[in-house]
Structure formats: structure tokens, C-alpha cells
Design a protein around this ligand. Sequence first.
Ligand SMILES: [Zn+2]
Ligand SMILES: [Zn+2]
Length: 253
Amino acid sequence: MFQIQIITIPILPFGMVNAHLIRSEAGCVLIDTGIPGSELKIGKVLAEHRLTFRDIKLIVVTHAHTDHAGSAARVRALSGAPILAHQNDADFYSRKEPMTYCTTSWVGKLFLKTPVPHEPYEGFAPDIMMTNGHTVNLLDFGVDGVVRHTGGHTPGSIAVELSSDDMMVGDLIASGILIGGMIRKGRAIRPPFEDNPATVSRELIRMVESGGKRFHMGHGGPLEVREVLRHAQALAKLESNPCVSGECEHLHH
Ligand SMILES: [Zn+2]
Ligand SMILES: [Zn+2]
């Protein structure tokens, strides 16, 4: 088993947007790439750990929102590492389809009024395309863990489940309240956008039952298992409101 270190890469301050680097002696896996233009911030964190882009063996993009996929094409060019992502978000990665945003609250509606989600990113074709039911083992990239399809947040959302019991869940869950910075980071909330809360709840409970202890996310966090379970159980009680076309905001670039 490889010893790993999880390095949080602050894309925006206060945990508002994070990417993560999983470092092991056999290589590094980058999880998410931030908004467009984040490669300098990623490079800075690599340098702080005496690493370079060339140490990245794999780029995992958890889903097609611009704050996660935004710099994927650039980081691939700098590192030479393949991009792993799920087919169900492929048309968004290629920019063939505009991304959909199912708002969960006023925060999401407010966020859609900012330039961030509208900022188009450089389209790309993932080098390793996951399909439904497929699991990818990360041992080939020096990390003890698997990548699994979860859906729920977007159709092609994926999560990295590490043998260290750390779960890298992208935007399946978020934490904190934004008032000029993040407060209450230990408190789980729904992310501003979510396709299907019932699926999110089921996937989070599955990860808790399979031994997940710490949950690392794109916004806020990390969260302890007890808080994740509380949130997942509350989500399960929500009126199931899967995103159906017409109810979601489609962004056109
Ligand atoms: Zn998202
Ligand atoms: Zn996000």
C-alpha cells in the first residue's frame, strides 16, 4: 500500500474553490483543475512541495462545471498526464452542449449572476473515458484507491475513494456559508447546484457504509463522516426533485 498525502490547492481563498493533489511516492494524481487560468496556482502549490507538473500522472475531473474542469486542457498540456472523466458529462467537456445548472437555493441563483459559471473553458476530450458501471483502479498511477461514477450532482459526476478512507467527492456535498469568506466549514450544505438529491444521498451513504472517514470537497470542507451522514439522511427526506429539462438554467457561450 502506498503512503499518501492529500494536498489542498486553494483555487479561491477561504476554501471557496479547492482542487486536490494526492501525493504518493509513486506519483501524483490531481483532482479537479479550478476555473480557467488556475494553472499558475496549481504550479505554485506543486513547487511548494518540490514537485513539478511532470509529477502529475493523472488528472481526474470530477464533473464538467467550470470551477472543476476550467484548467484541465492547460494542465494536460503542461503535465502530459491523461485526463480521466465520465462519459455522461462528455458533451459538456467538448463544449458541444452548454452546461446545466440546477440551482438548490438563492446562493446558486446569485452565483449564476456572477461571471464565474459563464466563463467558457477550453474544451477537451478526456483521454480515459469512464462509462456507466466502470470503476478505475488508481494503483497504476501510484495511488491506492478507485474512481467511481456517482452522478447526482451532474450526470457524469465521479468520486475518488482512497484506501486511506478519504473520499474525494467533488461537489456531491459542500460546506460553509459565504459571507466575505467561508464560515462554518464543518457544517454540510448542498452545493449551489445539484441534479438529483436522492442520488447524492444514496452515494454519500454508500461511501459512509464502505468506511469513508473524511470527505474532501470542491467547496469548503473537509467534513467528518458524522456530518456527511447527517446531511445525506436529510437529503433523502427531501421531496425528490430530479432536474428535468426546462427547470434548469442552461448557459450558452
Ligand atoms: Zn459543480
Ligand atoms: Zn463546484
